[in-house]
Write a protein that binds this ligand. Structure first.
Ligand SMILES: Cc1cc2nc3c(=O)[nH]c(=O)nc-3n(C[C@H](O)[C@H](O)[C@H](O)COP(=O)(O)O)c2cc1C
Length: 157
Protein backbone atom coordinates (compact mmCIF):
# COMPACT_ATOMS: atom_id res chain seq x y z
CA UNK A 1 0.00 0.00 0.00
CA UNK A 2 1.39 3.39 -0.99
CA UNK A 3 1.46 5.54 2.13
CA UNK A 4 3.70 8.26 0.69
CA UNK A 5 2.16 11.73 0.89
CA UNK A 6 0.85 12.61 -2.58
CA UNK A 7 -1.10 15.47 -4.06
CA UNK A 8 -3.22 16.09 -7.13
CA UNK A 9 -4.21 19.43 -8.61
CA UNK A 10 -6.77 19.66 -11.41
CA UNK A 11 -9.08 22.05 -13.19
CA UNK A 12 -12.44 21.06 -14.68
CA UNK A 13 -15.51 22.67 -16.23
CA UNK A 14 -18.58 22.66 -14.01
CA UNK A 15 -21.81 21.33 -15.49
CA UNK A 16 -23.94 22.32 -12.51
CA UNK A 17 -25.01 25.75 -11.25
CA UNK A 18 -22.85 27.48 -8.67
CA UNK A 19 -25.52 27.28 -5.99
CA UNK A 20 -25.62 26.25 -2.38
CA UNK A 21 -27.39 22.94 -3.08
CA UNK A 22 -24.68 21.73 -5.44
CA UNK A 23 -21.97 22.92 -3.11
CA UNK A 24 -23.60 21.16 -0.16
CA UNK A 25 -23.87 17.92 -2.09
CA UNK A 26 -20.20 17.91 -3.06
CA UNK A 27 -19.25 18.99 0.43
CA UNK A 28 -21.34 16.15 1.90
CA UNK A 29 -19.32 13.56 -0.02
CA UNK A 30 -16.04 15.18 0.93
CA UNK A 31 -17.06 15.36 4.59
CA UNK A 32 -17.81 11.65 4.65
CA UNK A 33 -15.01 10.22 2.61
CA UNK A 34 -12.03 12.52 3.03
CA UNK A 35 -11.60 11.90 6.79
CA UNK A 36 -11.77 8.14 6.21
CA UNK A 37 -9.06 8.44 3.56
CA UNK A 38 -6.97 10.91 5.57
CA UNK A 39 -7.37 13.35 2.67
CA UNK A 40 -7.23 17.12 3.07
CA UNK A 41 -7.51 19.86 0.47
CA UNK A 42 -9.25 22.81 -1.05
CA UNK A 43 -11.93 23.14 -3.72
CA UNK A 44 -12.42 26.45 -5.49
CA UNK A 45 -15.17 27.41 -7.92
CA UNK A 46 -14.64 30.35 -10.26
CA UNK A 47 -17.32 30.99 -12.89
CA UNK A 48 -17.83 27.74 -14.78
CA UNK A 49 -14.63 26.13 -13.47
CA UNK A 50 -13.61 24.01 -10.53
CA UNK A 51 -10.02 23.86 -9.32
CA UNK A 52 -9.17 21.40 -6.57
CA UNK A 53 -6.06 20.47 -4.64
CA UNK A 54 -6.20 17.17 -2.76
CA UNK A 55 -3.47 15.64 -0.65
CA UNK A 56 -3.12 12.46 1.37
CA UNK A 57 -1.55 9.01 1.37
CA UNK A 58 -0.85 7.70 -2.14
CA UNK A 59 -3.41 4.88 -1.92
CA UNK A 60 -6.11 7.39 -0.95
CA UNK A 61 -5.29 9.82 -3.76
CA UNK A 62 -5.31 6.91 -6.24
CA UNK A 63 -8.80 5.95 -5.05
CA UNK A 64 -10.25 9.44 -4.91
CA UNK A 65 -8.99 10.94 -8.17
CA UNK A 66 -10.91 8.53 -10.47
CA UNK A 67 -14.06 8.98 -8.35
CA UNK A 68 -13.93 12.74 -8.72
CA UNK A 69 -12.81 12.61 -12.37
CA UNK A 70 -15.82 10.48 -13.37
CA UNK A 71 -18.33 12.67 -11.55
CA UNK A 72 -20.97 13.87 -14.07
CA UNK A 73 -21.13 17.29 -12.40
CA UNK A 74 -18.07 18.35 -14.35
CA UNK A 75 -16.09 17.53 -17.49
CA UNK A 76 -12.86 18.59 -19.22
CA UNK A 77 -11.02 17.26 -16.17
CA UNK A 78 -7.34 18.22 -16.56
CA UNK A 79 -4.68 17.24 -14.05
CA UNK A 80 -2.13 20.04 -13.78
CA UNK A 81 0.14 18.41 -11.23
CA UNK A 82 0.23 15.09 -9.48
CA UNK A 83 2.92 13.44 -7.42
CA UNK A 84 4.70 13.29 -4.11
CA UNK A 85 4.29 16.17 -1.69
CA UNK A 86 6.71 17.15 1.06
CA UNK A 87 4.13 18.47 3.48
CA UNK A 88 0.39 19.10 3.55
CA UNK A 89 -0.78 22.54 2.49
CA UNK A 90 -4.31 22.14 3.94
CA UNK A 91 -3.52 19.98 6.94
CA UNK A 92 -6.44 21.20 9.03
CA UNK A 93 -9.15 21.12 6.35
CA UNK A 94 -10.74 17.97 5.00
CA UNK A 95 -12.02 20.14 2.16
CA UNK A 96 -12.03 23.88 2.31
CA UNK A 97 -14.38 25.39 -0.27
CA UNK A 98 -14.54 28.91 -1.70
CA UNK A 99 -15.88 30.63 -4.79
CA UNK A 100 -14.78 33.72 -6.68
CA UNK A 101 -16.97 35.92 -4.49
CA UNK A 102 -14.85 35.00 -1.47
CA UNK A 103 -11.40 34.54 -2.89
CA UNK A 104 -11.05 35.30 -6.60
CA UNK A 105 -8.18 33.68 -8.47
CA UNK A 106 -8.49 36.49 -11.04
CA UNK A 107 -7.62 39.07 -8.37
CA UNK A 108 -4.72 36.96 -7.12
CA UNK A 109 -3.33 36.79 -10.66
CA UNK A 110 -4.02 40.41 -11.62
CA UNK A 111 -0.95 42.59 -11.84
CA UNK A 112 1.36 39.61 -12.21
CA UNK A 113 2.48 37.67 -15.24
CA UNK A 114 -0.02 34.93 -14.39
CA UNK A 115 -3.05 34.40 -16.65
CA UNK A 116 -6.13 35.85 -14.94
CA UNK A 117 -8.52 33.33 -16.49
CA UNK A 118 -8.45 30.27 -14.27
CA UNK A 119 -8.93 28.03 -17.30
CA UNK A 120 -5.57 29.23 -18.62
CA UNK A 121 -3.70 28.88 -15.32
CA UNK A 122 -0.67 26.60 -15.17
CA UNK A 123 0.21 24.29 -12.30
CA UNK A 124 2.59 26.86 -10.83
CA UNK A 125 -0.11 29.57 -10.92
CA UNK A 126 -2.69 27.46 -9.14
CA UNK A 127 -0.19 26.04 -6.67
CA UNK A 128 0.76 29.60 -5.71
CA UNK A 129 -2.94 30.52 -5.46
CA UNK A 130 -3.73 27.51 -3.28
CA UNK A 131 -0.80 28.19 -0.96
CA UNK A 132 -1.87 31.83 -0.57
CA UNK A 133 -5.47 30.68 0.01
CA UNK A 134 -4.38 28.27 2.76
CA UNK A 135 -2.96 31.23 4.68
CA UNK A 136 -6.15 33.24 4.13
CA UNK A 137 -8.57 30.53 5.25
CA UNK A 138 -6.48 29.89 8.34
CA UNK A 139 -6.24 33.59 9.21
CA UNK A 140 -9.94 34.28 8.64
CA UNK A 141 -11.10 30.95 10.04
CA UNK A 142 -13.51 30.49 7.13
CA UNK A 143 -15.79 27.60 7.83
CA UNK A 144 -16.21 28.62 11.42
CA UNK A 145 -19.58 29.71 12.83
CA UNK A 146 -21.21 32.77 11.30
CA UNK A 147 -22.78 33.98 8.09
CA UNK A 148 -19.87 32.80 5.99
CA UNK A 149 -21.03 29.24 6.54
CA UNK A 150 -23.53 29.58 3.73
CA UNK A 151 -20.92 30.44 1.18
CA UNK A 152 -17.85 28.73 2.44
CA UNK A 153 -18.42 25.24 3.60
CA UNK A 154 -15.35 23.74 5.05
CA UNK A 155 -14.75 20.74 7.22
CA UNK A 156 -12.03 21.18 9.74
CA UNK A 157 -10.12 18.11 10.81
C1 LIG B 1 -15.60 19.33 -8.21
C2 LIG B 1 -15.85 18.13 -7.35
C3 LIG B 1 -15.05 17.88 -6.23
C4 LIG B 1 -15.26 16.76 -5.43
N1 LIG B 1 -14.45 16.54 -4.35
C5 LIG B 1 -14.66 15.43 -3.59
C6 LIG B 1 -13.82 15.16 -2.48
O1 LIG B 1 -12.90 15.90 -2.13
N2 LIG B 1 -14.06 14.01 -1.78
C7 LIG B 1 -15.07 13.15 -2.10
O2 LIG B 1 -15.24 12.14 -1.44
N3 LIG B 1 -15.88 13.41 -3.14
C8 LIG B 1 -15.69 14.52 -3.89
N4 LIG B 1 -16.53 14.77 -4.94
C9 LIG B 1 -17.66 13.83 -5.17
C10 LIG B 1 -17.22 12.59 -5.92
O3 LIG B 1 -16.94 12.92 -7.26
C11 LIG B 1 -18.33 11.54 -5.92
O4 LIG B 1 -19.50 12.07 -6.45
C12 LIG B 1 -18.69 11.09 -4.57
O5 LIG B 1 -17.56 10.81 -3.83
C13 LIG B 1 -19.62 9.89 -4.72
O6 LIG B 1 -19.69 9.20 -3.52
P1 LIG B 1 -20.93 9.33 -2.54
O7 LIG B 1 -22.15 9.05 -3.35
O8 LIG B 1 -20.62 8.27 -1.53
O9 LIG B 1 -20.93 10.70 -1.96
C14 LIG B 1 -16.32 15.87 -5.76
C15 LIG B 1 -17.10 16.13 -6.87
C16 LIG B 1 -16.89 17.24 -7.66
C17 LIG B 1 -17.78 17.51 -8.84
Amino acid sequence: MNNTLMHCLYVSRALVPADAAEAASIYGSARQRNPQLDVTGYLHREGPYFAQYIEGPGYAIEQLVPLIRDDPRHDRFRILSHGEAETRVFGSWHMAFTDEGMNPYATFAAGSARPTNIAMARAEDLEAFFRASADIIEAENWGGPGPRDEKVMSVRQ
